[in-house]
Design a protein around this ligand. Structure first.
Ligand code: ASP
Length: 300
């Protein structure tokens, strides 16, 4: 069985590509990198990679991470600037024995040394949004990180994230997305999970590890997401949306906001967009109607 799941509708084209790769027996790593790079490269998605919204100093600082579920190796970059595909750098770092989590100038130096493509990540559209937002001065609190979990037909799993973080964040601020166990986690013997939302809160409860831990106790991905989110919500109020897939290709999601969506494909399911209802005692997954989809595409 193969499968892949990623946060937000913006992941749809990437999941289309990744599912073809998985169907052709590519590895979960190749599929996940293809899915995330597709979003990083698209200037219309302003929360990830090229075209991402800047920090308060008008710089696009990106966070990304990759976790290999077979050996639990992890690579992470935080506040990296002007490197086209932070997820590739994170994946490369996961092969190192030491120095797996690099930030700022150190992360950029490593990326250049290893031959990764440099790119000015700030687009005119992002500058315009910055100039407009500067008038209000509060950081944007909404969320749109891409988090992705992939399972290949050899039963290997991996997880990855990529984000430009919160719009108008402080220079140097790092959220949950590159933090192991908070923004993502994968263990091929169990499954994987990823989070998007207010990093400052998500990291307090190590949400992704918690979901994988619950799956190891026998909870389905759906129940594990719900249980983790209900325990988060007893003390924390920041936006939090979660996805998970286990090593059988079963998936789930939960959210505490009104408009969370994700994209999933498996050997038995063509790439499909789901919306997720805000959690009460559980979250429901449902298919979006045409109007919701066309309004969203018009907005992008
Ligand atoms: N979790 C990300 C962060 O706090 C934001 C997001 O999901 O968009 O940086």
């Amino acid at each position: 069985m193969w499968g892949i799941i990623a946060t937000w509708v913006m992941a749809k084209d990437g999941i289309d590509k990744a599912s073809k790769l998985l169907n052709d027996n590519s590895s979960c790593k190749e599929a996940l990198l293809a899915a995330i790079k597709d979003v990083e490269d698209n200037p219309d998605f302003w929360s990830v990679g090229y075209g991402g919204l800047p920090n308060e100093d008008k710089e696009v600082e990106c966070d990304a991470a990759y976790m290999n579920g077979d050996n639990l190796k992890v690579g992470c970059v935080g506040a990296i600037k002007d490197i086209a595909n932070p997820i590739e750098v994170a994946e490369h770092l996961s092969h190192e024995d030491l120095n797996n989590f690099l930030t700022g100038d150190g992360a950029k130096k490593y990326a250049i040394e290893k031959g990764f493509m440099e790119r000015d990540m700030l687009t005119q559209k992002a500058i315009n949004a910055y100039e407009e937002k500067k008038k209000f001065s509060k950081p944007y609190r909404g969320h749109d990180t891409i988090g992705c979990i992939a399972l290949d037909s050899n039963n290997s799993m991996c997880a990855g994230t990529s984000t430009s973080g919160l719009f108008m964040k402080r220079k140097g601020r790092i959220g949950d997305s590159p933090l192991i166990g908070s923004g993502y986690y994968a263990d091929s013997l169990i499954g994987g999970a990823a989070a998007t939302g207010l990093g400052e809160d998500i990291m307090k409860k190590c949400m992704s590890y918690e979901i994988v831990r619950l799956m190891s106790e026998g909870y389905s991905p759906q129940k594990a997401c719900e249980k983790a989110l209900l325990s988060y919500s007893t003390k924390l109020k920041g936006d939090c949306s979660l996805i998970a897939m286990n090593n059988k290709g079963e998936f789930g999601a939960a959210t505490n906001i009104d408009d969370f969506s994700f994209v999933v494909a498996t050997q038995n399911l063509k790439p499909t967009i789901y919306r997720v209802s805000r959690i009460t005692d559980h979250s429901e997954l449902y298919l979006p109607d045409e109007k919701w989809l066309s309004d969203l595409l018009a907005h992008i």
